[in-house]
Design a protein around this ligand. Structure first.
Ligand code: HEC
Length: 169
């Protein structure tokens, strides 16, 4: 499942049409490929022992917001699993969306209640995207992480991304 087109990107001559389509679909320049150089495509295990366990039922709002332990774990989990596409320190090189902007539309919301519900909607959108990944017309744009990362790890990544917001709330 994680044998993405990206693998063949590195093998040079054996550049498969599928990989080419993937790149073209993203419309990205080779110069923007730096992110692919960071580590393997295989998801990296994340040790979440220091965090309270959340059980099997997926939550739809981040239980670890502003949790320092989660932010620390999430920083490393992000670097190992997401940075190769979404950029180091969440600064996108243009290959994949800039995750610092994820909660941007909530930042403009003056009403406190509406802002909170906006952030929760973004949490739900985030967890769904990361669990299931993104496929378009049969091409994997982003691998699914469910089964590779537990929800403690995924929410930790969100807690980290919240420290990197483009427009702090
Ligand atoms: C193989 C590259 C790749 C990896 C690895 C990857 N992503 Fe993505 N991600 C993408 C692409 C490409 C998109 C945009 C997909 C689309 O346009 O349909 C995306 C979309 C997203 C979105 C939706 C963003 C938006 O603005 O709508 C979120 C959230 C996200 N990724 C989070 C993550 C997290 C967290 C990780 C690490 C656990 C991760 N991604 C790993 C490539 C990747």
């Amino acid at each position: 499942m994680f044998d993405l087109a990206l693998n063949s990107r590195r093998s040079g001559a054996a550049f498969k049409p599928r990989a080419l389509r993937w790149l073209l679909a993203l419309g990205c320049a080779i110069a923007a490929q730096a992110a692919f150089a960071h580590g393997d495509v295989t998801p990296q295990a994340v040790d979440t022992k220091e965090l309270p366990t959340l059980g099997d039922a997926w939550q739809d709002a981040n239980p670890f917001r502003k949790n320092d332990v989660a932010i620390k774990i999430g920083t490393s989990a992000y670097n190992q699993n997401c940075a190769r596409c979404h950029g180091l320190q969440a600064i996108s090189g243009g290959i994949a969306p800039d995750l610092r902007k994820l909660d941007n539309e909530c930042a403009g919301q003056a009403d406190v209640k509406k802002k909170a519900s906006c952030v929760q909607d973004m949490d739900a959108y985030f967890i769904n995207t990361v669990r299931h990944g993104r496929t378009r017309n049969g091409a994997v744009y982003m691998p699914p992480f469910e089964g590779a990362l537990n929800q403690e790890a995924i929410w930790s990544i969100k807690a980290y991304l919240e420290t990197r917001r483009d427009r702090p709330l």
